[in-house]
Ligand binder design. Structure first.
Ligand code: THU
Length: 133
């Protein structure tokens, strides 16, 4: 697992965030089971509702390309003109979206200015709701 490489991809994606309303820029990098990296950024909207988080942008890019098996996701976020916020973690909606496609052992990397903190999806989102498929 290339934690620093995935965090770097999330930081790069953060530069592409479209966040004129919150001025909070987030990037995500999702590593597939095959080793492919899908990146995403948050994309806001004047009417708020259509806005989407970086994590779901990355996830939906991957799923729409036919990729459904994942190993890890890195997230880097913070004020658009400032340093990373070490507390930037996937929101509840993104945790549920990830739980649809990822096992509880998905590695979740939170990139911060002092380095990365590493968790699993099961740790940050216990008792996920799943329907038997
Ligand atoms: N946001 C993300 O993209 N991912 C997170 O993990 C937390 C929040 C976005 C949503 C919104 O565009 C901005 O950050 C402020 O909430």
């Amino acid at each position: 697992m290339q934690i620093e490489a995935l965090a770097a991809a999330a930081r790069e994606a953060r530069r592409r965030a479209y966040c004129p309303y919150s001025r909070y820029a987030v990037g995500a990098a999702l590593l597939s089971a095959d080793g492919e990296i899908f990146t995403g950024c948050n994309i806001e909207n004047a009417t708020q509702g259509p806005g989407i988080c970086a994590e779901r942008t990355a996830l939906y890019k991957a799923v729409s390309e036919g990729v459904r098996e994942f190993a890890a996701i890195a997230v880097a976020g913070g004020p658009a003109d400032g340093p990373e916020d070490p507390g930037c973690a996937p929101c509840g909606v993104c945790r549920q979206a990830l739980a649809e496609f990822c096992r509880p052992d998905l590695v979740v990397i939170l990139a911060g200015p002092e380095g990365c903190r590493v968790y699993t999806l099961g740790e940050i989102f216990p008792f996920a709701f799943r329907l038997e498929k």
